[in-house]
Design a protein around this ligand. Structure first.
Ligand SMILES: Nc1nc2c([nH]c(=O)n2[C@H]2C[C@H](O)[C@@H](COP(=O)(O)OP(=O)(O)OP(=O)(O)O)O2)c(=O)[nH]1
Length: 141
């Protein structure tokens, strides 16, 4: 049996908005939107991987808050786990893997073309995590 490798995606919530990132590579994913993050490295905990990836990709300091229940299959052997995260320092910029970022208010969450495999994960974020966001701002819409 092939071992699965966890990709952690961040539901980075700030001021009641969720950060979405548009991939610039590889070509089959470019132009589609995802939760920033990446592969958990051997020996690394998922929450540390998340903080590392957000520093590398977006240049920000963050804190992983809690796991959003669920696991979503990506291209084997990868599976997607999602954690909510809070912004501690900096302003996110698309430094690596992305060419655009958007802070989405609740009514805008489906305005971007999410990767197909991210749609159920984003639905779960909307259902379970957004209403009691880690920054304490409940959405107004
Ligand atoms: N980060 C992230 N990756 C996703 C999502 N949905 C999805 O299918 N993927 C895929 C894209 C990639 O094939 C893989 C994650 O790879 P990555 O390129 O972001 O991770 P990484 O920085 O650790 O990669 P690497 O270049 O170091 O190998 O998972 C998502 O919401 N977030």
């Amino acid at each position: 049996m092939t071992e699965r490798i966890v990709v952690v995606g961040a539901a980075l919530l700030d001021g009641g908005r969720l950060l979405a990132a548009r991939r610039s590579a590889p070509v089959d994913l470019a132009g589609r939107w995802e939760l920033p993050g990446g592969k958990v490295e051997p020996g690394e905990t998922p929450d540390r991987a998340l903080v590392r990836e957000l520093r590398e990709e977006l240049g920000v300091g963050t804190e992983a808050v809690r796991r959003v229940p669920g696991e979503w299959p990506l291209r084997p052997p990868y599976v997607l786990h999602v954690w909510t995260a809070r912004l501690i320092t900096g302003v996110p910029r698309p430094l690596q893997d992305h060419d655009a970022l958007r802070w989405l208010a609740p009514h805008e969450v489906w305005d971007v073309d999410w990767l197909d495999q991210d749609v159920p994960a984003v639905k779960e974020v909307v259902r379970t995590a957004w209403g009691d966001g880690p920054d304490g701002h409940a959405p107004s819409a």
